[in-house]
Design a protein around this ligand. Structure first.
Ligand code: 13P
Ligand code: SF4
Length: 334
């Protein structure tokens, strides 16, 4: 587990929640009521990402993109953070607010971007480019954060990059597509780590064009983790919060959404009179669903609060090194 040693990843973690444990929940139990009761008893706050299943979004105290979730985790006065997202998000909460107990309903909830960048390999890459400033996307492990000068999210990456002196060479990791997007936006050369998001690379350009032909009045919204051939069709590119804000304020009635489909739940709640079409994937599979995010379920949220585990634990020396670029991000985002 990432929390156990500096180099480890979620893949090595023993499954903390099994089907057997899930079955130990009495079928008559009202999970919504129980989670509310435990929340009050434990003085817990439930933070959820937009890619969580609708029931989890509905019980959350706060839903946000990676930046807003990190900011909320850093400042909460609750005693416990129940983080309904993936491992790097919960780990970030622990790095920023170590006095809180941070629970992740399923400890196996990882991220293909984070997995693409093992700290040992990344350390060698950084060492080979000592003149570069290291800017890492928040979708990475604590070990990679500890090797970085500044962290960014999709919500602030462009703003932060523009604050770095133009003459300073920048190494960007781990998402090559977000990196390419930043290069096009700022006109600046970046040295890229070749990571990708397994969800955002699977949208199909030709199927998107077909869908747009069927719905010429629909606007296309895309997350910058998508590839360039997708992004070039987008009317708006941004973080999950940015996409949600866009549909709330734009007068259009129809949108094609090129990001994980979980966010459509909030879009439909915010604008029930508008239509949201998930962008199509290559083979018609449900590949626009993040399998890591969806490991969390309402049952596992209840179980983790009942049992106060699985918990994020980090070696203090690693936490302190990973804290430096995260605090720099928060300071540069204000
Ligand atoms: P946001 O920060 O835009 O919510 O993105 C998180 C993420 O994992 C996208 O795949
Ligand atoms: Fe990681 Fe992609 Fe899932 Fe986001 S959608 S958590 S980047 S695998």
């Amino acid at each position: 587990m990432t929390g156990a040693t500096e180099e480890s990843t979620f893949e090595g973690a023993p499954p903390q929640v099994t089907e057997g444990m899930t079955l130990s929940i009495p079928p008559t139990l009202d999970l919504f009521e129980e989670i509310d009761r435990l929340k009050a008893k434990l003085n817990a706050v439930i933070l959820a990402h937009y890619y969580q299943e609708p029931d989890i979004q509905d019980i959350a105290d706060f839903i946000g993109d990676s930046l807003a979730l990190a900011q909320r985790a850093a400042t909460t006065d609750a005693s416990m953070i129940v983080f309904c997202g993936v491992h790097f998000m919960a780990e970030t909460a622990k790095i920023l607010n170590p006095g809180k107990q941070v629970l992740l309903p399923d400890l196996r909830a990882g991220c293909s971007l984070s997995d693409s960048c093992p700290p040992e390999d990344f350390g060698r890459f950084v060492q080979a480019h000592p003149d570069h400033l290291v800017m890492s996307y928040i979708n990475c492990s604590a070990g990679v954060k500890a090797l970085s000068d500044v962290i960014c999210t999709s919500g602030n990456a462009e703003r932060l990059l523009r604050q770095i002196p133009q003459e300073k060479p920048v190494l960007f990791a781990p998402d090559q597509h977000l990196g390419h997007y930043l290069m096009r936006k700022t006109g600046r050369e970046l040295l890229l780590w070749p990571g990708t998001c397994m969800v955002h690379v699977l949208f199909s350009e030709h199927r998107l064009i077909d869908l747009k032909l069927q719905h010429p009045d629909a606007l296309i919204l895309a997350h910058p983790e998508c590839q360039e051939n997708l992004l070039r069709h987008a009317d708006h590119v941004g973080s999950t919060t940015s996409l949600l804000d866009f549909i709330k304020t734009h007068p259009a009635k129809k949108f094609i959404i090129a990001t994980e489909s979980g966010i459509i739940h909030q879009m439909e709640k915010a604008c029930p009179d508008k239509l949201f079409l998930p962008a199509p994937t290559d083979n018609g599979c449900a590949c626009n669903v993040c399998p890591h995010m969806k490991l969390n379920t309402l049952e596992k949220v209840y179980l983790c609060m009942r049992d106060r585990r699985p918990e994020i634990v980090l070696p203090e020396a690693l936490r302190l090194r990973a804290l430096v670029p995260l605090e720099r991000m928060l300071a540069m985002s204000t």
